[in-house]
Design a protein around this ligand. Structure first.
Ligand code: PMP
Length: 440
């Protein structure tokens, strides 16, 4: 990589950022106000973008509209939770009818929570399930359950793994805010069978192995079938539980990605879109393991949460999964995602832009050298080009596409094919426009 093209990348990025500032005065103003109440103007770290984030005012169908009046095709899809888009009539109708006919906070068990739970069990092949408010909570309770069930403490996770706000393992280490940090053993490479199996066999006091079947926040890196089966088998060999984090991936196949790959996890954690757009988490699996949460049993674990069985989320999540994201809709959406990824690869051939992922979830990476094997974040360490990634983000905004700054696309059901074609075209034009800095 010549210093000349680094210089032109810098110039292009500075110009794009200057246009961003000029085009978004109301978002800028809102950010300046927000810092007065929220540290950094933010209550969800991921959404902070320098020099300031865009403030969205409205979502309609497959689009979002910012405070300055720009309309974007929503390719963020609320990091997979926004699967149903912004205007689904089933969701609207269920919200209103639940409010009118049921009410919000009954302080009791309801028939509805059983309906939602039964649907989750049958769809995702779980014997028992419990609900929570977020994917983070689902993982927290699943881990507590695994520790109680095995009477052990340690948990094996993988570099690049993300299991929630307080369970994050970038670059082979537990992030500083990780809860029970010393209980985690981080395998330094995802998808490395030998390393994973050795670590599982040599870790004493191992309660569980916790893994995503495709790393989401870690860059949309699918786990190979062989890898996932090997760690499932090794976990069982040493008497530990195999916990599959499907918070992002349950949408990738009709019964979840684990089932698609023939896995039989002891516990599965879920969340995101399964609340139909409302806060949700769930964990479930084998009957004997989930029995640690049976309140009829002396010495069982407590699983509390005021909103665990909230009438709105159990109604909306249920109707949306049953009537909107049917098994057929799931297959179709993921096929569309595969087609989109292929077309994106075609229009960026020979450039530093690389796409990863599976089905309706796409990772976008910018690398200095061609990457032949991409099985874990470590494979691209030192080759990533944040400047190009940022340039892409600014220029996609200008072209009318709302993507995450980190390079993640999650399709939503309402997006029309011709709009995705428009995105492919915009990406192709971007690669062409910056050929001097984008060519490999
Ligand atoms: N696990 C995975 C794999 C996730 O991607 C996420 C959220 N990005 C979580 C857990 C945590 O979910 P939540 O943000 O609802 O706490």
């Amino acid at each position: 990589m010549s210093s000349v093209s680094h210089e032109s990348a810098k110039a292009a990025l500075e110009a794009a950022e200057a246009r961003f500032i000029a085009n978004n005065p109301l978002s800028k103003k809102q950010h300046e106000l927000a810092v007065g109440a929220l540290p950094g103007g933010n209550t969800r770290t991921l959404l902070h973008t320098s020099p300031f984030p865009l403030t969205m005012k409205q979502g309609k169908g497959a689009h979002v509209l910012d405070e300055d009046g720009h309309k974007y095709l929503d390719l963020v899809g609320e990091l997979t939770a926004g699967l149903y888009g912004h205007s689904n009539p089933v969701i609207r109708e269920t919200m209103l009818s639940t409010f009118d006919n049921v009410g919000l906070s009954l302080g009791s068990t309801t028939v509805q929570e059983h309906k939602h739970a039964s649907l989750l069990c049958s769809r995702f092949k779980l014997k028992r399930v419990r609900m929570a408010n977020t994917g983070t909570e689902a993982n927290m309770h699943a881990l507590a359950g695994a520790r109680h069930y095995t009477s052990r403490r340690k948990v094996i996770v993988f570099s690049g793994g993300y299991h929630g706000a307080v369970f994050s393992f970038p670059n082979g280490k537990a992030a500083p805010n990780t809860v029970d940090k010393d209980d985690f053993v981080v395998v330094p490479r995802y998808n490395d069978i030998g390393l994973a199996v050795d670590t599982i066999r040599s870790t004493p006091d191992l309660a569980a192995v916790l893994v995503e079947p495709m790393q989401g926040a870690g860059g949309c890196i699918p786990g190979s079938k062989e890898f996932l089966h090997a760690i499932q088998d090794a976990a069982h060999e040493v008497g530990a539980l195999f916990i599959l984090d499907e918070v992002m991936t349950s949408r990738l196949a009709p019964h979840g990605l684990g089932f698609e790959l023939g896995l039989k996890p002891d516990l599965v954690t879920m969340g995101k879109y399964l609340g139909g757009g409302l806060a949700f988490g769930a964990f479930g699996g084998r009957e004997e393991v989930m029995a640690v949460y049976d309140p009829r049993v002396e010495g069982s674990l407590a699983h509390s949460g005021t909103f665990n069985n909230n009438t709105l989320v159990t109604s909306v999540g249920y109707e949306a999964l049953k009537r909107v994201f049917t098994e057929e809709a799931c297959v179709e959406l993921n096929e569309r995602g595969d087609g989109l990824r292929e077309r994106l690869k075609q229009v960026t051939k020979g450039t530093k832009i690389m796409f990863s992922g599976r089905g309706s979830l796409i990772g976008v990476h910018f690398v200095d050298q061609a990457v032949e094997v991409f099985t874990c974040g470590e494979d691209i360490q030192g080759k990533e080009r944040r400047d190009l990634r940022d340039l892409f983000w600014f220029e996609m905004l200008e072209a009318g596409y709302w993507t995450t700054r980190r390079g993640f696309v999650a399709l939503i059901l309402e997006t029309e094919e011709k709009e995705l074609e428009g995105f492919v075209e915009a990406v192709g034009k971007f690669a062409e426009r910056h050929r001097d800095i984008m060519a490999l």
